[in-house]
Design a protein around this ligand. Structure first.
Ligand code: ZN
Length: 980
């Protein structure tokens, strides 16, 4: 049986088909099954997509903040009954062409998903995931490595100071240091007292050390059972074979078991509450307007698909775009400058949450924010909600329903996350996938009148289960936490006997020996090099000219959506204008045009498109040591809206208006958002800063997305409204330079049937642009100063990057460099930085386009040790023996790197870019063929040639304590030390 036939079958193996429904959006079917004996639940999405997905998910409801669910998620993947190797999960990432592999712990569930386009790979991964989830070894050493352990600073030296180590311990130190995390914690604690949401499911580093190995194992026994399992499969693989595999390899060995992971309703407040949470800020900075206030409500239950839809629409109406009434009222109040973290609708709680507030406020202004929120809602409930805003919000849902995008996440998994929450809370999993019935119901309710006004009254204004959630910057928080941890360790150390100390040393050395022991991973299934597809798809296009402008059409089945990208070249802009490109990109969609103000433009974007954006991009050339400086305007719309969509693009490119008070708002909003995101941007900043020292294009990227960009935004934020005249003149100069008839290249991805109509419509756009092309010399900045650099920010972890200059794509050494990056990351760096060092991430990356290579650590508790590890990695590779198996895995990994998952929304633009830069199909196939031929000798040769010459650059972004400690240990490690 190839797949379940068109006529409904009642039973497949031990499963019963509970329900089968059509899924129009996928031209497929929704099939709900139940496993009779164990009670396991299963949803299958049958469709023609060859990117097949699997997931198993368990509701997990921790009762404390030890991170038990999250640490369990890590340890489950560290060896199982049938695959008793140390880290089958990481080993499989190297033996697979998976398009997604991960495990995710949310506040009330743990999910293990993967996807792949290769049928053999699918079965390989399925076996490993099933065995991991249901039969993990849960060894004590894995718990210590991934979760938490005591170790002396120098593991063999009992007098060197007791320390906590562990991967999740450092992962969470980094994760919880952001204002976003502090707001989420505040929200959970304040709005859901006594429920699982009041805990940090990821683990609070203050509480992680309380977790024991026994507690971890009993948490597994209580949650990871088929009777508590939700399975998911998606794609064109035969369902009966998948079900038989699940049954045979997991379910057959279990009996039904009563498990209660339900979450009760929260006891509703009689009156609203207030709470404040601190987040780490930089000492000495001006922190006077870095607080936040969010008004949050617990609203409708997530299981009620109609009410859920109504609240989603309402949230979009209130906050969805710059012209939305609540968002606009908050920004217009000038109490703060950007929406608070946590603003919007959250359906990932059993009872949903709506929040709205401001960041960038003074500590004492929280009440004022609350007053603006409540007054605005009262006014809307009284005067009525704008019908056009509701239409735009519903249009957005329709757009999302149609688009099948693999951007960011594979679509196969986006489908899962659309219904998983409501499904696990006991709701109907089909309703969120097929909104038709609920949308019809909503239209009916709207016709009866005052629907959204009544919803605002019932769920917000009259709902007493409300919190005013404050967030305050605390410049001493990081230091206080660091002291507390050291004091706690000192107290424990004081109670240790000599025997205890000897045991800690022995445990550490035993763990180290286990980490270094050669593993026999032959027990794991693997793809072979022969399984790798060697051909790339030919994406055909046809070009037309409208006057001097080039238009390239990529006719593809897009499910009724048109994608338009307008490419221009910014290379001739002088440096001071290039510095303004990030601001220009924001202004482009957030200001007025053609005599309309930003509210009217925002309404057109929301009403007629699925989104319009603009961004500069540096595009390396395949064959020459050079690059393109491209500016892209990108938008998408339903086919029926193509006319107004192109009219909008015409107004934005030809008739943008920038007016000082709106510009000031846009600048302040982006500055506030950036300042509150720095902790999360540390890695990006460190990588871009390191590569800015290697090449001209690196220097441009630092200015567009890195620390250079941040500094420019800060400079702009210091200007008064009255001083913005010069900035406006420059923004206008950028627009008129970029969008000219001779210099634009329009890329259209759409259904074949739309080509002619769009071509006609684009004549108006081109005709509205000034004639001529861009004049001037191509400007290329020099690389930034090569001196090693450290930048501090209030974080308890570090990001350490070392970069090297290599060669471009078509150079014969490029394939070996890409394999080398995979090899170093998966062998030496993973073991030394993550397993032993406790860093959450260890990376090596060959940017084969731009001719650079870097090694990097992510949420790392170390600095000097990590840089020493980079030295040792190179020596280890050159002097040691290259393992044949690991080389094969590295080649597999490299082949996956050069063949990313496509979807119509990215395909046309990507193909057009490949043609411009010389990454043609022929060149890419040649490159992939050469990856298969890379030998051990090649790895040693390119490591010697490019990494071992001693010419490299370094950048660290870390907490000040870590930087100071590194400098004490090694004076001169960094030449530039400054705050981010
Ligand atoms: Zn984790």
């Amino acid at each position: 049986m190839a797949s379940i036939g068109t006529r409904g079958l009642e039973a497949v193996g031990g499963y019963t088909i509970v329900r089968r429904e059509p899924l129009e959006r996928l031209e497929g079917s929704f099939i709900e099954l139940a496993h009779e004996r164990t009670g396991a639940r299963h949803i299958h999405i049958e469709c023609t997509d060859d990117n097949n997905a699997f997931a198993v998910s368990f509701p997990t409801v921790p009762k404390d903040s030890t991170g038990v669910a999250h640490i369990l998620e890590h340890v489950v993947l560290a060896g199982s009954r049938r695959f008793p190797v140390r880290d089958p999960f990481f080993s499989m990432t190297r033996r697979s062409l998976a398009t997604f592999m991960n495990a995710l712990t949310s506040s009330d569930s743990t999910t293990y998903p993967f996807s792949t386009r290769n049928a053999k790979d699918y079965m390989n991964l399925l076996l490993v995931y099933l065995d991991a989830a249901f039969f993990p070894l849960l060894e004590e050493d894995s718990f210590k490595q991934e979760g938490i352990r005591f170790e002396f600073e120098n593991p063999a030296e009992p007098s060197s100071g007791l320390r906590y180590k562990g991967v999740v311990f450092n992962e969470m130190k980094g994760a919880l240091a952001t204002p976003q995390a502090a707001m989420q914690r505040n929200l959970g604690r304040t709005l859901f007292p006594g429920l699982t949401y009041a805990n940090d499911s990821g683990g609070d580093p203050e509480h992680i050390p309380d977790l024991t190995w026994e507690q971890l194992r009993s948490f597994h026994a209580a949650h990871y059972h088929p009777s508590n399992a939700y399975f998911y499969t998606y794609g064109d693989q035969p369902l009966d074979r998948t079900l038989a595999t699940i049954e045979e390899n997991a379910l057959a060995q279990f009996e039904r078991f009563a498990i209660d992971t339900s979450i009760p309703n929260v006891a509703r407040f009689k009156k609203p509450v207030t709470s404040v949470e601190a987040y780490p800020a930089t000492p000495g900075d001006d922190n006077s307007s870095k607080a936040q206030a969010l008004v949050g409500w617990v609203t409708v239950p997530a299981v009620d698909s109609f009410q859920l839809l109504a609240m989603r629409v309402l949230s979009e109406v209130l906050l969805g775009n710059p012209g939305s009434p609540l968002r606009k009222a908050l920004i217009d109040s000038k109490i703060g400058s950007a929406l608070a973290d946590g603003s919007g609708f959250h359906d990932d709680y059993r009872e949903t949450v709506f929040g709205a507030g401001l960041k960038g406020i003074a500590v004492d202004d929280a009440q004022k924010v609350e007053a603006v929120v409540l007054q605005t809602l009262e006014k809307l409930a009284m005067d009525g909600v704008d019908k056009a805003q509701v239409d735009a919000a519903i249009h957005r849902l329709e757009f999302e329903k149609r688009e099948r995008s693999n951007a960011g996440y594979p679509y196969a998994l986006k489908v899962l996350f659309t219904f998983l929450g409501p499904y696990q809370y006991g709701g109907d999993p089909y309703a969120p996938l097929n909104l038709d019935a609920d949308l019809e119901h909503l239209e009916q309710a709207r016709r009866e009148g005052r629907f959204f006004e009544n919803l605002i009254a019932a769920e917000l204004l009259e709902n007493q289960h409300r919190g005013l959630l404050g967030l305050e910057p605390d410049p001493n928080l990081e230091e206080r936490k660091r002291r507390q941890e050291l004091d706690r360790l000192a107290a424990i150390e004081g109670t240790l006997t000599d025997a205890d100390r000897a045991r800690i040393v022995a445990d550490a050395l035993r763990l180290k020996a286990a980490q270094e022991a050669k593993q026999d991973v032959a027990v794991l299934p693997s793809l072979e090099l022969a399984d790798i597809p060697m051909q790339f798809e030919d994406v055909s296009s046809r070009q037309i000219h409208i006057g001097p402008a080039t238009v390239e059409f990529f006719p593809l089945p897009t499910n009724g959506i048109t994608y338009i990208d307008i490419r221009s070249d910014f290379s001739v802009l002088p440096q001071d204008l290039k510095d303004l490109l990030p601001l220009f990109s924001r202004v482009f969609t957030q200001t007025g045009a053609a005599g309309q103000d930003y509210v009217e433009i925002a309404a057109r974007i929301a009403g007629y498109t699925g989104g319009v954006g603009a961004a500069p991009a540096v595009q390396p050339l395949a064959a020459r040591d050079d690059y393109l400086q491209s500016f892209y305007v990108s938008g998408r719309a339903l086919d029926r809206n193509v006319g107004p969509f192109i009219d909008l693009l015409t107004d934005l490119t030809a008739r943008l208006d920038v007016e000082p008070s709106r510009l000031k708002e846009v600048i302040d909003e982006s500055a506030t958002r950036l300042e509150s995101s720095i902790a999360g941007l540390g890695f990006q900043f460190a990588v871009l800063r390191a590569t800015s020292k290697l090449s001209s294009e690196g220097a441009i990227n630092d200015g567009l997305q890195g620390i250079g960009m941040l500094h420019e935004v800060r400079r702009l934020a210091r200007l008064d409204e009255g001083e913005l005249g010069e900035v406006i003149a420059k923004l206008v100069a950028i627009r008129t330079a970029l969008f000219r008839q001779d210099s634009v290249h329009i890329i259209v991805t759409c259904e074949e049937s739309m080509v002619d109509a769009i071509a006609k419509r684009l004549q108006g756009l081109v005709g509205a642009l000034p004639a001529g092309g861009m004049n001037g010399h191509v400007e290329k900045p020099d690389p930034l100063a090569a001196a090693p650099e450290a930048r501090t920010t209030p974080l308890p972890v570090a990001f350490n990057v070392r970069g090297f200059k290599t060669v471009r794509y078509t150079h014969p050494d490029a394939p070996a460099l890409l394999v080398l990056a995979n090899y170093l990351r998966d062998t030496f760096l993973h073991r030394e930085l993550r397993e032993k060092g406790g860093a959450y991430g260890a990376m090596a990356q060959a940017s084969i386009g731009s001719g650079t290579f870097y090694m990097a650590s992510y949420r790392d508790p170390n600095v000097t040790r990590t840089y020493d590890t980079y030295d040792r990695a190179i020596a280890w590779l050159i002097e040691g023996e290259v393992a044949v198996d690991a080389l094969k895995e590295a080649i597999l990994g490299a082949c996956g790197d050069v063949d990313p998952l496509e979807s119509p929304d990215i395909k046309g633009r990507r193909e057009a870019g490949n043609r411009l830069t010389g990454f043609t199909r022929q060149e890419r196939e040649k490159f992939k063929g050469r990856l298969l031929e890379v030998t051990a000798a090649d790895l040693k040769r390119v490591a010697g040639k490019y990494l071992a010459r001693g010419r490299y650059v370094q950048a660290t972004v870390a907490g000040p304590e870590l930087v100071e400690a590194a400098l004490r240990e090694r004076p001169g490690l960094f030449e530039v030390v400054a705050p981010v």
